[in-house]
Design a protein around this ligand. Structure first.
Ligand code: TXA
Ligand code: MG
Length: 318
């Protein structure tokens, strides 16, 4: 395989040229690093699946520079419009019916009649999308099933030699993926908790969000996902000797002094700080080579819903 270029922000035009040429380029967003490809080019999109070793063609999120571009790709009802207005640019993905004149290709949508759209809030992502001048699909830039990358080094650890380039924008700010809301007729539904907390969405909508409904509505939402090599034990009251401890807040669970390694997501109990550190701390504890990572209880409100969702997937039976 060819060498993966590590591009600095000053090389942004080179990253955009590679995308326009159908190559796969990782880039930072405010949530996690994305693995970008031209959403209008089926061959480019397929290269993402090969690089990630994704077993199946899940539908991907198309990233665009602004709401006006998004509205050329999808049909926005009143709820979708309100959410776009309130949260874009930002960590929100809207699943809406595709527009007949939309350019996001069939493979990118996995053949669905809907399209997932997002306007990221990251200066490099915004400039890259404007320079690419077409929608860019981007799943998280990790190998399938692994922990999502929040730094360029994480991307290279998983994908070096398998992708054309990574645009290095330092560490991402939010740390968990975007919240996904479907506005496809009827009440808006929460398909994946993420960077925009549920309560903030419900305030704008003036109603509570429905759940995903029966079946897997976001096909990428497999139970086992975001998995480190170690087993993960959640909501522990006591840490067992030799476990690695992932802590939260000022008061650790009993037995913390017997832990083989320990990291605190947020000493002061701040969920935003915890979200930003979650994936890199999982990687670091995993690197300690322990059998089990024991996770202290984390509240379920605000960003806690997304953090607990990702941890539950990391802990799921594989
Ligand atoms: O924060 C994020 O959203 C990151 C950054 C890179 O933007 N991207 C990301 O993409 O998390 P990915 O591919 O890991 O997750 C996309 C999710 C999957 O669960 C997929 O099933 C769902 O979006 N999805 C995409 N299109 C859909 C559609 N038309 N209907 C329902 N779910 C859809
Ligand atoms: Mg992912």
């Amino acid at each position: 395989m060819t060498e993966t270029l590590r591009l600095a922000p000053a090389d942004l035009d080179r990253a955009a040229a590679l995308l326009r040429a159908g190559r796969v380029v990782a880039f930072p967003t405010e949530t996690v690093y994305g693995l970008g490809a031209d959403a209008t080019d089926p061959e480019a999109v397929v290269r993402i699946y090969a690089a990630k070793e994704r077993p199946r063609f899940n539908p991907l999120i198309a990233h665009v520079p602004d709401a006006a571009s998004a509205m050329r790709e999808g049909v926005f009802d009143e709820a979708a419009r309100a959410l776009a207005q309130a949260f874009w640019p930002g960590p929100l993905t809207l699943v809406v019916p595709r527009a007949t004149e939309g350019r996001v290709c069939d493979v990118a949508r996995a053949g669905l009649e809907t399209v997932a759209l997002r306007v990221p809030a990251h200066p490099l992502a915004e400039r890259l999308l404007a320079a690419a001048a077409r929608p860019i699909v981007a799943p998280s830039a990790n190998r399938s099933g692994r922990v999502s990358p929040t730094a360029a080094e994480h991307v290279l650890a998983d994908l070096d030699g398998r992708i054309a380039a990574v645009l290095d924008g330092g560490e991402t700010e939010v740390g968990v993926e975007s919240t996904i809301v479907a506005c496809t007729g009827g009440a808006p539904r929460l398909l994946r908790p993420g960077g925009v907390p549920r309560a903030a969405l419900e305030r704008v909508l003036g109603r509570s969000l429905e759940g995903a409904g029966p079946g897997i509505q976001a096909p990428g939402m497999l139970a086992s996902h975001y998995a480190p090599a170690a087993r993960v034990r959640l909501d522990v009251a006591a840490i067992r000797p030799g476990e690695a401890a992932l802590l939260f807040g000022p008061t650790p669970p009993a037995g913390v002094e017997t832990a083989a390694a320990r990291l605190n997501l947020s000493e002061r109990g701040d969920l935003a700080e915890a979200a930003a550190r979650l994936f890199s701390f999982l990687r670091r504890l995993d690197a300690a080579g322990v059998e089990t990572i024991a996770v202290a209880p984390i509240p379920a409100d605000g960003l806690g819903e997304a953090i607990r969702d990702r941890l539950a997937r990391a802990a799921a039976e594989r």
